[in-house]
Design a binder for this molecule. Structure first.
Ligand code: ADP
Ligand code: MG
Length: 384
């Protein structure tokens, strides 16, 4: 947050155009941190205009330009289209009078489409003569370094400043959860062992704070339902005192509730005692991880396309006489594995060309894959 604040102050107060690119997995606080910074900055610094767009809501990459025009305002720009619109936008951003314009494009991955120069054009705007634009791009998976950065670098110094959001750590997750809880109630709604356990589980898989919040929310719902069902099913008639067996169920969320939710989410009911470290994966996901491991070892590369991975996976399934899923399902499974921090995906419009890589060490992979004879067999045999 300090880096972003310093960047914004330098560019707004110094009337200096520029660009910043924030990357990081989902739920690492990119949107939340930036929104908070802008909100605070408005009280402190005058004379800048903020435009915040979520690219997810656009119909196409090109649609970002009319959307920006709408926010910028003057009717003359809003009515323009095509080349005329581009000219008017550029003119507006480079007229000498007027405030600095902070343009935030969230979920910028959506603007990455082949054969179009939308991203390139946007990152070029701050470098137009007299530009008043401070551009902040936010994205999950988009790797600017692939195609866009080299082109920008080639032209003078158009390179955006880069900042990566790492996943939240266990302590950070616990702190955020405690803070949220203290905002809603003075009572300790979740006991602290429950919070710590949730933070540990989520940080071990992805560090995605949304997942941690969601687990807590569901655990609270479980307790709420328990309490409600008790008061509805067992009303006390007048004068009747409560017998010990009908004592109210505890109203606090404990470790067991969190554990229950986590095992439901993972689709397998691993109890606490059975597995203290990592929940085991469903078989198809294990085979997929196996296939990727063998393929990257054979090809001696870190990243393979989904098409190639699916081929290897299918041939392994044939050999082991296991039913294989098709390529689109393979992409879904990869998505699940990505959300657990096991795989990395670089999405492509054509799913066959999506790039897949392993995100965990080989030792950890063994751990993830353990416990199935079939998997041991696949690994020992290698690629067919
Ligand atoms: N540091 C934080 N403190 C409190 N809440 C946070 C923090 N970071 C993220 N959150 C909350 O977690 C959720 C997901 O964060 P978000 O910023 O949307 O992640 P991202 O944009 O990286 O996907 C939001 O509801 C947000 O309010
Ligand atoms: Mg976001």
């Amino acid at each position: 947050m300090d880096v972003i604040r310093a960047f914004l102050k330098e560019h707004i107060c110094g009337k200096k155009a520029g660009s910043l690119y924030l990357s990081g997995a989902p739920g690492t606080g990119k949107t939340a941190c930036l929104s908070r910074i802008l909100q605070d900055l408005k009280k402190e610094v005058k004379g800048f205009k903020t435009i915040m767009l979520n690219c997810m809501s656009l119909r196409s990459a090109q649609a970002v330009f009319p959307a920006i025009a709408q926010e910028i305002g003057p009717e003359e720009i809003c009515r323009a289209a095509g080349k005329d619109l581009m000219r008017k936008l550029e003119k507006h951003l480079t007229t000498e009078k007027g405030p600095m314009i902070v343009l935030v494009l969230d979920e910028m991955d959506q603007l990455d489409s082949k054969g179009q120069d939308v991203l390139y054009t946007l990152f070029e705007w701050p470098w137009l003569n007299n530009s008043r634009l401070v551009l902040i791009g936010i994205a999950n998976t988009l790797d600017l370094t692939d195609r866009i950065l080299p082109r920008l670098e080639a032209r003078e110094n158009c390179k955006p400043q880069l900042l990566n959001f790492p996943p939240y750590t266990r302590n950070q997750i616990a702190t955020i959860l405690q803070d949220r809880l203290s905002q809603v109630s003075r009572d300790q709604v979740l006991d602290s062992a429950a919070v710590q356990f949730c933070a540990r589980k989520v940080s071990a898989v992805s560090g995605d704070i949304r997942k941690a919040l969601d687990v807590c929310r569901r655990a609270i719902e479980i307790v709420e339902t328990d309490v409600k069902s008790q008061t509805i099913l067992k009303p006390l008639s007048a004068g009747e005192s409560q017998s010990p067996s009908e004592a109210p169920v505890p109203k606090r969320v404990g470790l067991a509730h969190i554990s229950q939710v986590i095992s439901e989410v993972d689709g397998n009911r691993v109890t606490l005692n059975q597995d203290k470290t990592q929940d085991s994966l469903p078989l198809q996901q294990k085979i997929l991880v196996c296939s990727l491991l063998l393929l990257t070892q054979r090809l001696k590369i870190k990243e393979v396309t989904l098409g190639k991975l699916h081929e290897a996976y299918s041939s392994i399934c044939r050999k082991q006489q296991v039913a294989a899923v098709d390529q689109s399902e393979c992409l879904c499974l990869s998505g699940l594995l990505e959300s657990r921090g096991i795989l990395g995906l670089k999405k492509n419009k054509e799913s066959r060309l999506t790039k897949v890589s392993l995100k965990i060490e080989e030792k950890e992979i063994e751990h993830v894959l353990k416990g199935k004879a079939l998997i041991g067999n696949i690994l020992a045999t290698g690629l067919p």
